[in-house]
Design a protein around this ligand. Structure first.
Ligand SMILES: Nc1nc2c(ncn2[C@@H]2O[C@H](COP(=O)(O)OP(=O)(O)OP(=O)(O)O)[C@@H](O)[C@H]2O)c(=O)[nH]1
Ligand SMILES: [Mg+2]
Length: 209
C-alpha cells in the first residue's frame, strides 16, 4: 500500500479559472460520469474515508477539488458530467471551466477516467477519450465497482475495454478497481507514480514560459 498517497490533504476548491491554485509541480485529474465513484476511488487510494465527499446523489462534486501531496504533487477531483440538478446555464459554465482546465493546465500529467465496470465506455467517456487523444494526454481507465460483477464478467469487461482503447493514439491503460473493497489500489498508485514526474509536454511548455 502506498504511504505516499495517504499524505494527501485537501488544498482548495475552484469554480472559476481565477480561483485555480498556481501551476506548480505535477497533477493528475480524476474524471468520469457522475456516480461512477471518482471521489470514492480517491478516498480509497489515499486511505482516507472522507477526503473527497462521496454521495448516493449523483452530482455531489460540483467544484474542482485539489488535494496536495508532498513534493508539489497534486490530485484533482473533477465534477462528473451528466446528472447534476442545476440549470443548464450553470452546467454550461462548469463545462467550459472544466474544458479550459483540461486544455490549459500545464501541470496536468494525466487523466484517470473512472467508469462503472457494469457500464464502461458510454458516450461521455468516449468524448473524454477523444478529447484526451486530441491533446495527447495519457489516460488511465479505472473500471470501478468490480465487486458488483462476477469474476468472469469483470474479466470480459476489462478485455473489451482494453481492445476499445487500442483505437486511441495517446497512451491509454485500464485496470479493475473496487473502491468499496479496496481492490486494485496498488496498481493505481503504481500508475500514478509514473505520472507524478515531468512529462515532455510540461518540459516543453515550461521552457517557453
Ligand atoms: N458497490 C460499490 N459502490 C461504490 C464503489 N465506489 C463507489 N461506490 C458508490 O457509488 C456512489 C457514488 O460514489 P462517489 O464516489 O460519490 O461518485 P462520484 O463519481 O464522485 O460522483 P459525483 O461526485 O456525483 O460525480 C456512492 O454511493 C458510493 O458509495 C465500489 O467500488 N463499489
Ligand atoms: Mg465526486
Amino acid at each position: 500500500m502506498s504511504a505516499f498517497y495517504q499524505q494527501a490533504r485537501f488544498l482548495q476548491s475552484a469554480t472559476t479559472t481565477k480561483t485555480l491554485p498556481p501551476e506548480m509541480g505535477f497533477e493528475v485529474a480524476f474524471s468520469g460520469r457522475s456516480n461512477s465513484g471518482k471521489s470514492s476511488t480517491l478516498n480509497r487510494l489515499c486511505q482516507q474515508k472522507s477526503l473527497a465527499r462521496t454521495s448516493k446523489t449523483p452530482g455531489r462534486t460540483q467544484l474542482i477539488n485539489f488535494f496536495g501531496l508532498p513534493d508539489d504533487k497534486f490530485l484533482v477531483d473533477l465534477p462528473g458530467y451528466g446528472y447534476a440538478k442545476v440549470p443548464n446555464k450553470v452546467k454550461f459554465e462548469w463545462q467550459r471551466f472544466i474544458e479550459s482546465y483540461l486544455r490549459d493546465r500545464i501541470t496536468l500529467q494525466g487523466l484517470v477516467i473512472v467508469m462503472d465496470i457494469r457500464r464502461p465506455m458510454l458516450d461521455y467517456d468516449i468524448n473524454m477519450l477523444k478529447w484526451a487523444e486530441a491533446h495527447q494526454l495519457p489516460v488511465h481507465v479505472v473500471l470501478n465497482k468490480h465487486d458488483k460483477l462476477k469474476h468472469g464478467q469483470a474479466k470480459s469487461a476489462l478485455l473489451k475495454t482494453k481492445q476499445q482503447l487500442n483505437d486511441y493514439s495517446n497512451k491509454c491503460s485500464v485496470q479493475m478497481f473496487s473502491a468499496l473493497k479496496g481492490l486494485g489500489v496498488e496498481d493505481l498508485s503504481n500508475h500514478l507514480n509514473k505520472w507524478h514526474q515531468p512529462s515532455e509536454k510540461y518540459l516543453k511548455t515550461s521552457k517557453t514560459k
